[in-house]
Design a protein around this ligand. Structure first.
Ligand code: KG4
Ligand code: ZN
Length: 344
């Protein structure tokens, strides 16, 4: 079964070919340079860039996988930026009509989840954590395709908090990677930051806005004493990153515990923030404590947004009989706020 997958939900234009559940090609063109000077993703710029690049990226993915025509075309329909999603959806429908093949509408979050799924082992029921620029969510995967929310953010996503922190310190966009680099050289105990929702971790809520405000106050205070020195930036980055990750770990630990009845053996983690080596180590450590295997994306490219993961999710949907025929294409529309619990 050959699937061509397309992903345009945010600022990566990507196409991939997945054959029988295995990624054969995965072309990702990042628009980061276009958005950098604006300090974040500008939807209209993303839309135009997707439109300009999509044909070339699809062609490259097909050539690299050496296929002429797929059996299905899959596309991210949400969650994401509405006008960016639209570009991929229109392209997918156009290609389906050209080749006379069905369409598979994929949830971006399920892509992040399945990017970490072990290939040979059964992993459901299992726990699943997505940590990205738009989402910080923990789910119980009862089976592939059926997810129950256990915890989610009440304000910012973790990646978004890192992006905003970097902006406060004039470190550019995206913030996660630069905060990670600075944090490595800093002392995580140099600044005290409040632990969000301390003692209430089992309520299943992540919250990053309080930490962000606390960081802003520290930055302003330091600026009053003159320009931020490189050392101060490193220490602020280290302290902030540590507080963000510690809060994440505390909530995941508290919320997961009641579900660990011996049947759950895996915690799958995905999303752009999982690029972070320090976070990976913390999650692996938590896995040891909870006696679950922590599954990270098999390759770096699978942490961030990419169409390969969309193809993996599409493969499962086709097996479940969820591909859509041309007569029903009108029912497939962008779902900018699509919740993984309503994954159909
Ligand atoms: O999954 P992703 O590529 O896009 C969304 O679906 O949001 O995640 C992007 C997020 C951004 O907030 C970015 O700052 C963060 O992932 N990120 C990182 C790292 N690399 C990217 N956060 C922490 N450490 C990193 N190395
Ligand atoms: Zn993503």
């Amino acid at each position: 079964m050959k699937i061509l997958a397309i992903e345009t939900s945010c600022d990566e234009t990507s196409a991939a070919v997945v054959v029988d559940g295995v990624i054969k090609s995965n072309v990702v063109w990042s628009q980061v340079k276009l958005h950098k000077k604006w300090g974040g993703v500008v939807p209209s710029i993303a839309k135009r860039a997707h439109e300009e690049r999509i044909d070339g990226i699809v062609k490259q993915a097909m050539e690299e996988a050496e296929i002429k025509k797929p059996d299905y075309v899959a596309v991210t329909v949400g969650p994401g930026l509405a006008i960016a999603l639209e570009v991929g959806i229109l392209k997918a429908k156009e290609l389906c009509k050209k080749w006379g093949v069905p369409l598979v509408a994929v949830n971006h979050l399920e892509g992040h989840v399945l990017a970490s799924a072990p290939k040979k082992e059964e992993w459901t029921p299992g726990l699943v954590l997505v940590v990205s620029g738009g989402h910080t969510e923990l789910y119980l995967a009862e089976k592939i395709g059926r997810y129950k929310t256990l915890a989610k953010t009440v304000d910012d996503a973790l990646g978004e908090a890192l992006d905003k922190a970097a902006k406060m310190m004039d470190l550019g966009y995206p913030g996660g990677p630069v905060i990670e680099r600075k944090a490595k050289l800093g002392d995580k105990n140099s600044f005290e930051l409040p632990m969000p929702l301390k003692g209430r971790e089992n309520e299943g809520r992540f919250s990053y806005s309080g930490l962000k405000t606390a960081l802003l106050r520290l930055v302003e205070k330091e600026k009053l004493n003159g320009d931020l020195s490189e050392k101060t930036i490193q220490n602020l980055a280290a302290s902030f990153q540590e507080a963000c990750f510690e809060h994440l770990i505390r909530v995941v630990r508290a919320v997961s515990l009641p579900y660990l009845d011996g049947k759950i053996k895996h915690l799958l983690v995905g999303g752009g923030v999982i690029f972070n080596i320090n976070l990976q180590a913390k999650l692996v450590e938590l896995g040891r404590e909870l006696e679950v295997e922590v599954n990270l994306p098999a390759e770096g490219i699978l942490c961030g947004d990419n169409a390969g993961m969309i193809g993996l999710a599409a493969y499962q949907k086709v097996l479940r009989g969820e591909a859509v025929k041309e007569k029903d294409f009108d029912k497939i529309d962008r779902l900018p706020r699509w919740n993984l619990e309503k994954n159909f």
